[in-house]
Design a binder for this molecule. Sequence first.
Ligand SMILES: Cc1c2[nH]c(c1CCC(=O)O)Cc1[nH]c(c(CCC(=O)O)c1C)Cc1[nH]c(c(CCC(=O)O)c1C)Cc1[nH]c(c(CCC(=O)O)c1C)C2
Length: 371
Amino acid sequence: MLLRHFKCHIFPKDFPQLQNDTFLRAARGEETEHVPVWCMRQAGRYLPEFRESRAGKDFFETCQTPAACCELTLQPLRRFPFDAAIIFSDILVVPQAMGMDVQMVAGKGPTFPEPLKEPEDLQRLRVKVDVGKELGYVFKAITLTRHKIEGKVPLIGFTGAPWTLMSYMIEGGGSNTHSKAKRWLYRHPEASHMLLRMLTDVIVEYLLGQVAAGAQALQVFESHAGILGPVEFKEFALPYLRDIARRVKDKLKEAGQDVPMIVFAKDGHYALEDLSQSHYEVVGLDWTIDPQSARERTGGKVSLQGNMDPCALYAPKERISDIVKKMLEGFGTRAYIANLGHGLYPDMDPESVGAFVEAVHTHSRQMIKQK
Ligand SMILES: Cc1c2[nH]c(c1CCC(=O)O)Cc1[nH]c(c(CCC(=O)O)c1C)Cc1[nH]c(c(CCC(=O)O)c1C)Cc1[nH]c(c(CCC(=O)O)c1C)C2
């Protein structure tokens, strides 16, 4: 069913031609004239126009309104010469599609009023999720944005990874220890695997639907990798990350499509070697990893993305420029996508973001010319 859905959606959309494919080429390890750059949470509260658009509106209602998602996605591009855009949405729309209630509580963040407590609670989840019906609003937002972006830069689709989503579904929201979710791993390993498999199935369809709708790259956020150790990561996170990439790629190949995939496992430095052999073209890095050692440990198998400490944006402009230069020297200019090591924070100065983008472009152009 999916492939049919797929084929009839991929071709007739007549999207404007892509003008800047630097990000896609870097993802594939090809030469570029400058290092491409984008920021996680670039569509976010550090922009006054974002705060104005979001004011007084429910967060998930905004996610369900394609025109609003499109506008929020495009806002940062009007200010800065980013080389990619990421669709405005949230990772928690997947648990919603599986039948869970998630609300955005002011001052607290996303909250599940009835989190999963015991394995029996898995029965509350939808057995078969109709992804087109439940998440069609994301696909519409992607298609609309692909048109409105006018081919300026590629559009990235995304999802949360199974372990990260599982931990939210059990914790009921953000957590410092994630001990409720980790309790499942140690006490209910079979039910944990069952939930992770259910999530994986939905995520695969969700990502394929995003590509069919117009996404030109896909990022998988394993934001809670750091709460696991190497043993648990190998058992409860890595197999599902691999399965997602393999299944998505197999289906895309059948449809004659090739879309680069990025895996970002926050604080998962212990898994870097494994991640670089997980069928993703790009491995995203947080700032706790030294660029050179990341290159050595991934052995030239993948492109790398990251990893300036977001807090470096609090530094004066000249210092940001120096930090960027060092980062570029560490990673090298080939097979590299500049980004922060995690998302932008709401109190960051848009001008510093501009300085970051400019420093990446200016220094990398110079370095590439001197090669
Ligand atoms: C801007 C925003 C988003 N989500 C949330 C906000 C802030 C709330 C608001 O603006 O009203 C709530 C929002 N959504 C979430 C949180 C974190 C909650 C917590 O764990 O405490 C918050 C505050 C959950 C979430 N949501 C997301 C992640 C993975 C990335 C990461 O590690 O930060 C996670 C963990 C993904 C996400 N979320 C969002 C994007 C948009 C595109 C972009 O990056 O520009 C993306 C990619 C958008």
